[in-house]
Design a protein around this ligand. Structure first.
Ligand code: S3P
Length: 438
């Protein structure tokens, strides 16, 4: 999955037009497999994201004895085994590049009767796991990591868990979800309080599976010992994938693009809010609720952007979209300042560092700070930028070419398939002259 030799070659210029539907939501797709596996009955999923990250989750549950049909054009059928039905896998589970798989599954696996080990690729092997193993330990779990708190993760089974009341030090939906999933199996009540709202798909989907979840302000609670009932899941298009095209159409003169069936859950729409503050022309149409998640078609037309100070309360709501937002900032008039986003340093890459390096290559004044960046908009040059194997960075610099002086080449792009299979052809379809080489 390292795919270090796939390069994107993106000639300068172009505009985005037409109507497209980007692939399904990654977060919801992961949870559909996990909850479907633990449920009683057969869960049918449509719109499932067939990216490598989600396939890693799917294969891991197959390895634990869950019968899963598909994926076939986004359709997946999960034959749930119930809360006590998972079986010990015969080998270590390899979760590739997927932090969400590892963190959420650690919560489920901490409560099983068997031992289990989780590993990942080079990037995942550097990512912090103490944020989940420390609170899980206080629930009674026995988990080992490296001394640095990184994978591989060795989970000892056969340990009864008890509910906790946990105040999360970082705003992380992965940590919240991990503890809620562990809480399903724990004795008593588990309550998680987050310092700021983060994506709430786990809470919504648990309810969809018939599990009672109590939300009061920033606190989510559930009682352990219940059951999940299989249900149908219609996965909306991923706003995190749509975000690249929102930025592309906003920065390329003459663009007018319609993105269909985009998930607009209020805990995910930071990118829309931030781009609008910068002057972007985004309008929502045909707003509706599909399977408990709000969805809309998003029309994006070119508009001149201006720099802003990004409100810190938008950071968790746009946490995966900053590489794309930085490209918008590089094309905006004036300075854009991001603060309160230290989490970006521990994503699939150090996104503050790697984006700053790429922007410098393109001649943009980008000043990284410990927890953010200051970017002065300017002329986008050209050259070879490195994505460092980070899917979202590769796709963000693809959009930068729309405003570049000459061709931009982006190295190490194979991991685009972790979250956005079909990106190259979809980008070409909208008007980007992208070629994948190597
Ligand atoms: C995710 C939560 C986010 C996000 C990740 C997916 C999820 O991570 O970056 O891509 O599905 O819960 P954090 O909650 O750790 O910020």
């Amino acid at each position: 999955m390292s795919g270090s030799n796939l390069q994107f070659c993106v000639p300068a210029g172009g505009r985005l037009q037409g109507t497209v539907r980007v692939p399904g939501d990654k977060s919801i797709s992961h949870r559909s497999i996990m909850l479907g596996a633990l449920a009683e009955g057969v869960t049918q999923v449509s719109g499932f994201l067939e990216g490598e990250d989600n396939l890693a989750t799917l294969e891991a549950f197959r390895a634990m004895g869950v019968k899963i049909d598909g994926p076939n054009h986004g359709r997946v059928t999960i034959h749930g085994v119930g809360m006590a039905g998972l079986r010990k896998p015969t080998a270590m589970l390899n979760l590739g590049n997927s932090g969400t798989s590892m963190r959420l599954m650690t919560g489920i696996l901490a409560a099983q009767s068997f031992d289990c080990s989780l590993m990942g690729d080079e990037s995942l092997s550097k990512r912090p796991m103490k944020r989940v193993t420390v609170p899980l330990a206080s629930m009674g779990a026995r988990i080992e990591t490296t001394a640095a708190g990184t994978p591989p993760v060795l989970i000892h089974g056969g340990t009864p868990l008890r509910g906790i009341d946990y105040l999360m030090p970082v705003a992380s939906a992965q940590v919240k979800s991990c503890l809620l999933l562990a809480g399903l199996f724990a004795q008593g009540r588990t309550c998680v309080t987050e310092p700021a709202p983060t994506r709430d798909h786990t809470e919504r989907m648990l309810r969809g599976f018939g599990y009672a979840v109590d939300v009061t302000g920033n606190q989510v609670c559930l009682n352990g010992g219940g059951r999940l009932r299989a249900c149908g899941i219609d996965v909306p298009a991923d706003i995190s994938s749509a975000a690249f095209f929102m930025v592309g159409a906003s920065i390329a003169p003459g663009s007018d693009l319609l993105l269909q069936h985009v998930g607009i859950n209020p805990t995910r729409i930071g990118v829309i809010n931030i781009l609008r503050l910068m002057g972007a022309d985004l309008s929502l149409r045909n707003e509706r609720v599909v399977g408990g998640e709000p969805v809309a078609d998003v029309r994006v037309r070119y508009a001149p952007l201006h720099g802003i100070r990004i409100p810190e309360d938008q950071v968790p709501l746009a946490i995966d979209e900053f590489p794309a937002i930085f490209i918008a900032a590089a094309c905006a008039d004036g300075e854009t300042t991001l603060t309160g986003a230290h989490e970006l340093r521990v994503k699939e890459s150090d996104r503050i560092q790697v984006m700053a390096e790429g922007l410098h290559t393109l001649g943009i004044d980008a000043r990284p700070t410990d927890e953010g960046m200051v970017i002065r908009g300017g002329r986008i040059g050209s050259g070879v930028v490195h994505s460092r194997g980070d899917h979202r960075i590769a796709m963000s610099f693809t959009m930068a070419a729309l405003r570049a002086q000459a061709t931009i080449r982006i190295n190490d792009c194979a991991n685009v398939n972790t979250s956005f299979p079909g990106f190259v052809s979809l980008a070409q379809h909208t008007g980007i002259n992208l070629r994948a080489e190597g």
